[in-house]
Design a protein around this ligand. Structure first.
Ligand SMILES: *[C@@H]1O[C@H](CO)[C@@H](O)[C@H](O)[C@H]1NC(C)=O
Ligand SMILES: *[C@@H]1O[C@H](CO)[C@@H](O)[C@H](O)[C@H]1NC(C)=O
Ligand SMILES: *[C@@H]1O[C@H](CO)[C@@H](O)[C@H](O)[C@H]1NC(C)=O
Ligand SMILES: *[C@@H]1O[C@H](CO)[C@@H](O)[C@H](O)[C@H]1NC(C)=O
Ligand SMILES: *[C@@H]1O[C@H](CO)[C@@H](O)[C@H](O)[C@H]1NC(C)=O
Length: 331
């Protein structure tokens, strides 16, 4: 009679311990970013003369205050309280933009020889059904310097969110989307040049728009603006990132475990910061504040950008703007 009792209590113990493990570490909240999303993550060349390097979101938050219509609505913003601010909030620099403080340049985050930067990237994976997983590689910079036309510089703004998205079908990379200004380009993944089996991409100086090739890229009104890319320092986002999953059905984020600084910080950061629907930089200044000028609605300074949640993470087509999404077969 002793055996069955022991067996039952052993089972009870087993059940109890597995339940308590499941409770303290819900698998949903600690799912790893899949290995293939790192294996096929893009390797991106910054421009060789870049002056506005990748920035850590955590550093940015220290230097901004939440404002609505140029009026502070709180004295500070943190990973914890940011989700309580509305979509009309502009995270506004405490330093006048014309001072160009070092946190806006983030010079110390220039990637080293192996592509490591101290500024964690943000990688967000989204399941799309039918064995499709979209991996979003978000780049954040504290400042975006626009291009010049006729000696005038347009579209500078504080805060800059850009992204590359790779769509995986059955764990294989199929399409890569590169964000650039209000639109972007989608390519068959195998159309891009590969570095160590990973798609090679190019980040334009100042604007940080993403391209598939080095050179000159005309854009903007009447193609007057010129983005430049070249074989500058490589940024390997897999060496330092905060990792998350996004559930499109519930529009919620969960921690997906990151690497290096991002991996350490994200445990305490939580996921609330990704829910912030407001802007990551100053509101567009009226003329002539901070040297603002406008030529036919094109201004020197524009509004700061929205964050990852506003970048159509639930997209069905691969492009951020799904209408007219063409997948190019060559660069
Ligand atoms: C913003 O502030 C200005 C100046 O205080 C005021 O005239 C304007 O009505 C405000 N706008 C909104 C949308 O609150
Ligand atoms: C990408 O190109 C490969 C090789 O040409 C082809 O087999 C595949 O169907 C293409 N994928 C898409 C999504 O266009
Ligand atoms: C791809 O690599 C080849 C060989 O190195 C080079 O000739 C070509 O210009 C590259 N294309 C792009 C888009 O970088
Ligand atoms: C994500 O959610 C949106 C809004 O409910 C929906 O329109 C879209 O089709 C969803 N995406 C996918 C891939 O199911
Ligand atoms: C669709 O994209 C192509 C190529 O970028 C462009 O020439 C065309 O005007 C676009 N069509 C619409 C309706 O936006």
């Amino acid at each position: 009679m002793r055996h069955p009792i022991c067996y039952v209590s052993f089972l009870a113990l087993l059940t109890y311990s597995t339940t308590s493990i499941a409770k303290s570490h819900p698998s949903k909240n600690h799912r790893f970013i899949p290995e293939f999303a790192l294996q096929f993550a893009p390797l991106s060349h910054l421009w060789s003369q870049e002056k506005w390097f990748p920035s850590d979101v955590a550093t940015h938050l220290v230097h901004v205050v939440p404002e609505v219509n140029f009026t502070a609505v709180s004295s500070s913003v943190t990973f914890k309280n940011i989700k309580h601010f509305g979509s009309d909030v502009f995270l506004t620099s405490q330093d006048p933009v014309e001072d160009q403080p070092s946190w806006m340049h983030s010079f110390e985050n220039k990637p080293n020889d192996i592509g490591f930067t101290k500024a964690p990237a943000t990688i967000i994976c989204v399941e799309k059904g039918d064995d499709i997983i979209d991996a979003f590689y978000f780049h954040f910079y504290s400042f975006d310097e626009g291009n010049t036309a006729q000696g005038l510089e347009f579209s500078d703004h504080i805060g800059d969110w850009e992204h590359i998205m790779v769509r995986f079908v059955n764990e294989s990379p199929s399409v890569i989307y590169l964000s650039a200004h209000s639109g972007g380009f989608a390519f068959n993944y195998s159309a891009l040049n590969m570095t160590k089996g990973r798609a090679t991409t190019f980040i334009a100086g100042g604007t940080h728009a993403n391209y598939a090739d080095p050179g000159s890229h005309l854009h903007g009104p009447m193609n007057l603006l010129n983005d430049r890319t070249d074989n500058g320092p490589i940024w390997d986002v897999t060496l330092n990132f905060r990792g998350y999953w996004f559930d499109n059905a519930t529009q919620t984020f969960s921690v997906g475990r990151g690497v290096n600084v991002g991996g350490k910080e994200e445990i305490d950061d939580g996921t609330g910061w990704l829910e912030f629907k407001g802007m990551w930089g100053d509101q567009q200044y009226p003329v002539p504040e901070h040297g603002q000028f406008c030529v036919m609605d094109n201004c020197h300074f524009t509004d700061g950008p929205t964050g990852p949640i506003a970048k159509n993470l639930g997209r069905v087509e691969v492009c951020e703007h799904e209408a007219n999404c063409t997948i190019l077969m060559s660069v």
